[in-house]
Design a protein around this ligand. Structure first.
Ligand code: HAM
Length: 431
């Protein structure tokens, strides 16, 4: 028999038994619920799009020279030879749905959020996977600097609520089209003499998409770039005013930031504000969230010039950082009572009691395997039940139950008739 294993760069999210401590599902539900509540508090509504799209949806804005499109996208042909791609990021897919379904007709400003798995064929390492999970928000229809600050504030306040420490907001502006054209020229004249010394990849980027060179990992390029002109010296008056606005609103909210003119982001669609948020704990892949403004991008889908801004945060990186920083997670949900029928004739009364307690919203579990008492108690312990209620043939005749507190090991006898009331009382008075 062939033994199947998970494909490279992927992981399972499991209720127990996960090799990676961060891949336990109760941690995920806690973080996802916190994100959902925060998004709703800030007035965002959920959107869900399919896991794959026509490949063109992604190449149009992310850019054909970007790593994501040129190297990392999982593309495939369907049976009718249509070229499809697994979603590598959320913004493009959201815009496709937004314009296809004419959501722009519904209101002026749209505040949307999503939870979605993303697929990128990257070299797997800690914090970098071939399927990762993002929570993202996108605001369409608002071009103001305050709008950028509102989403940055949402993200930071979410991280802070989870207890993350050492957060740094790295901020830049990649300008608008006039700023970028002017900057590209300046960067070109600066880099031209260094062309023979640049890495192979940067030499290609020099002619294809020069701004991508700023994203280089090659040490020889980094050295050359140290004295390169800064995009911030080439901002148009409009882009400059926007960037000043972002800074002043961040300051008004008491949010500290560091300007880093080298942040260009790996996706071409950005204009004006771009940002990354890092936190110590998980090594080099320490960008837990990132995003920015992409005003010219929606036009590529519809011809309509709608401004947009948003971010994505990787849920695995958030959980990993929380664990590395010893942030608190709520305890895993456990049954309050565990019913252990010690004979087949005892199942029925306990089955009814379990149902009655569940109807009262008291977490109750029953063993239906007919296993021996030791096995049942072992299971109650594994599930971390607060009480185990045992019913054997003798107790059944007497109309009683043994009620055992699993931690203190104290035991008391309660009548079957009063069991529901007694447990409800204990539930209400639990600490
Ligand atoms: P991104 O920077 O490519 O942006 O991804 C956003 C976040 O997803 C990263 O900061 C990181 O936490 C997480 N992430 C990315 N790739 C991986 C990976 N291979 N493994 C684990 N986590 C990863 C975007 O995708 C943009 N769509 C964000 C955005 C939305 N900008 C505007 N709106």
């Amino acid at each position: 028999m062939k033994k199947y294993t998970i494909a490279k760069g992927l992981f399972d999210i499991l209720p127990y038994g996960a090799k990676e401590p961060w891949a336990h599902s109760h941690l995920w539900s806690y973080v996802e619920n916190a994100l959902r509540s925060k998004a709703e508090l800030y007035g965002f509504e959920e959107i869900r799009t399919p896991i794959f799209e026509h490949a063109g949806v992604f190449s149009v804005g992310i850019g054909s020279t970007s790593d994501i499109v040129s190297k990392e996208m999982y593309t495939f042909e369907d049976k009718k030879k249509r070229l499809l791609a697994l979603r590598p990021e959320g913004t493009s897919a959201l815009l496709r749905a937004f314009f296809e379904k004419s959501l722009f007709q519904e209101r002026k400003v749209h505040k949307l959020f999503y939870f979605a798995p993303m697929f990128r064929y990257e070299k797997p390492q800690a914090g970098r996977y071939r399927q990762h999970h993002q929570f993202g928000v996108e605001v369409l229809g608002s071009s103001s600097a305050e709008q950028d600050v509102e989403i940055i504030d949402l993200l930071l306040s979410f991280y802070q609520d989870l207890g993350l420490k050492g957060l740094s907001l790295h901020l830049n502006s990649v300008g608008d089209i006039p700023s970028r054209e002017a900057y590209k020229k300046a960067l070109k004249s600066y880099l031209e003499p260094y062309l023979p010394k640049l890495s192979k990849e940067s030499t290609i980027r020099f002619s294809e998409n020069i701004l991508r060179i700023l994203d280089t990992k090659a040490e020889e390029d980094q050295e050359i770039l140290k004295n390169a002109p800064s995009i911030l010296d080439y901002l148009s008056p409009d882009a400059k005013a926007h960037f000043m606005g972002v800074q002043s609103h961040l300051e008004a909210l008491g949010i500290s930031y560091e300007i880093n003119p080298r942040i260009v982001r790996g996706l071409d669609y950005y204009q004006k504000t771009v940002f990354e948020i890092t936190a110590p704990g998980i090594g080099s892949q320490n960008a837990i969230g990132a995003g920015g403004r992409y005003d010219g991008f929606p036009k590529l889908f519809s011809g309509q010039d709608l401004p947009g801004t948003g971010f994505g945060t990787g849920i695995e990186r958030v959980i990993q950082t929380m664990l590395a920083q010893n942030c608190l997670f709520p305890p895993k949900k456990a049954p309050f009572v565990f019913f252990a029928p010690l004979h087949s004739s005892c199942i029925k009364p306990l089955f009814l009691l379990t149902k009655a307690l569940r109807d009262l919203k008291i977490p109750a579990e029953i063993d239906l395997t007919g296993k021996k008492i030791q096995e049942q108690l072992k299971r109650a312990n594994q599930l971390e039940a607060t009480y185990t209620l045992l019913l054997g043939e003798d107790e059944k005749k007497q109309g009683t139950l043994q009620c055992k507190h699993m931690k203190t090991r104290t035991q008391e006898v309660i009548t079957l008739q009063d069991a529901c009331k007694v447990i409800e009382e204990k539930w209400k008075n639990r600490s």
